[in-house]
Design a binder for this molecule. Structure first.
Ligand SMILES: [Fe+2]
Length: 386
């Protein structure tokens, strides 16, 4: 009978790790030698079936070769013990060694997670062939995992690029609206930041804080449609002029309307309602909790910033007077809870607010907007800590 030569495993499989489990040292030795000759060089083994689960957890193998008949914990018990790790590892094949070839034991082993069998006494070439088949599949599985992870990473990077561009566009849009009376665009930036600081002080969820930070600067976008003679008038407006000035809320809301983005929907909402008053004496007469929470916060941030900075018709107020003015309007112009949160902030920080939200926001995610959307019933107003 011609001598059969042992096949070599292809190079791409030789780095893969195999864990051998057999209570018989001689069997382990034989398997080890065969697999080593076939090209594998990362073979670990144990005679203790109870050591298998910790070993698999510690050094995730690419193939588990288990003897079915062992004292104490048998092969079925071992497969049961490693089931959680096998499932967590994705496709981790188990090759069962058995002298018992009954249908019943094969079925049980398959149920327990076996992918293939080797019948004792083992045939060396068959050992290599079956090992190769299972390692090939494991290799394909790992390659696919890697590709998916790479692809996912690329999508994350691309999405971040797009988000950054969108956020920058929004930031510039907000500045455009402000350009005629504040060429630096600092007002809208500060309003966005102070809004976020107040929202965080009110223990709103961080995703809501981020949305508000980004949507608030667009509150006066509609000023783009207000004539210079009114917008830049260095005096009190006439009633007619004031009526026209009021339309900036609706103009802004219309510019922002119809978007699928949760951020733009929130911005639309704020643009429309940021001149509402808690007591109902604002532009549209919305009262208390009927005014969206985002707009209630923006209105405090906006008035505070307008007071503390110079305008064509007024000089800048000292900060303590501005803080008092906000407090004086608690419960009339402003939501008492928003004023309370505002009052707890450091006044100096309010004057030069730091950027509270360094990272971008998830676009197209409606969850944040849904929580910030107008509410018809006061009891739904539990955004803080909700
Ligand atoms: Fe406004």
């Amino acid at each position: 009978m011609p001598e059969r030569t042992l096949p070599l495993l292809p190079p791409r499989l030789r780095d893969m790790r195999v864990l051998l489990v057999d209570d018989q040292e001689l069997n382990l030795r034989l398997m080890y030698q065969v697999l080593e000759k076939a090209g594998l060089h990362d073979i670990i083994f144990t005679q203790d079936p109870y050591a298998v689960a910790p070993l698999v957890a510690l050094r995730t193998p690419d193939l588990l070769v288990v003897d079915l008949h062992m004292p104490g914990l048998d092969g079925f018990g071992v497969m049961e013990a490693v089931r959680p790790q096998v499932e967590a590892a994705g496709y981790l094949p188990i090759l069962v060694l058995t002298a018992d070839v009954t249908e019943e034991s094969r079925r049980r082993a398959l149920d327990a997670g076996a992918r293939d069998f080797l019948t004792k006494p083992i045939d060396n070439i068959e050992v290599v062939q079956r090992t190769k088949n299972l390692l090939e599949t494991r290799r394909l599985y790992l390659d696919l995992e890697y590709q998916n992870a790479t692809l996912e990473q690329r999508v994350i990077e691309r999405t971040a690029d797009v988000e950054e561009a969108q956020l920058e566009t929004l930031e510039r849009l907000a500045r455009t609206a402000e350009y005629r009376d504040d060429q630096t665009g600092r007002h809208v930036l500060r309003v966005g930041r102070v809004t976020a600081l107040i929202a965080r002080q009110m223990t709103m969820e961080e995703s809501d804080v981020r949305l508000l930070r980004l949507a608030a600067p667009l509150h006066d976008l509609g000023k783009i449609g207000i004539p210079d003679a009114i917008l830049l008038a260095p005096r009190r407006l006439t009633p007619e002029e004031f009526e026209e000035m009021k339309t900036h809320t609706e103009i802004g809301a219309r510019i922002l309307a119809g978007s699928r983005s949760s951020l733009l929907q929130l911005a639309e909402n704020i643009a429309r309602t940021h001149h509402e008053r808690w007591d109902g004496r604002g532009y549209f007469g919305l009262v208390a909790h009927d005014i969206p929470i985002g707009a209630r916060i923006v209105s405090v941030a906006d008035v505070f910033d307008a007071l503390t900075h110079e305008r064509p018709y007024k000089s800048a107020w000292p900060i303590d007077l501005a803080v008092d003015e906000i407090a004086r309007n608690r419960g009339t112009q402003f939501d008492p809870d928003v004023v309370d949160a505002f009052s707890r902030l450091d006044p100096e920080e309010l004057l030069n607010p730091p950027e509270p939200v360094p990272s971008a926001v998830g676009w197209g995610d409606r969850s944040g907007y849904d929580r910030l959307a107008p509410r018809s019933r006061p009891q739904a107003e539990s955004l803080a800590g909700a």
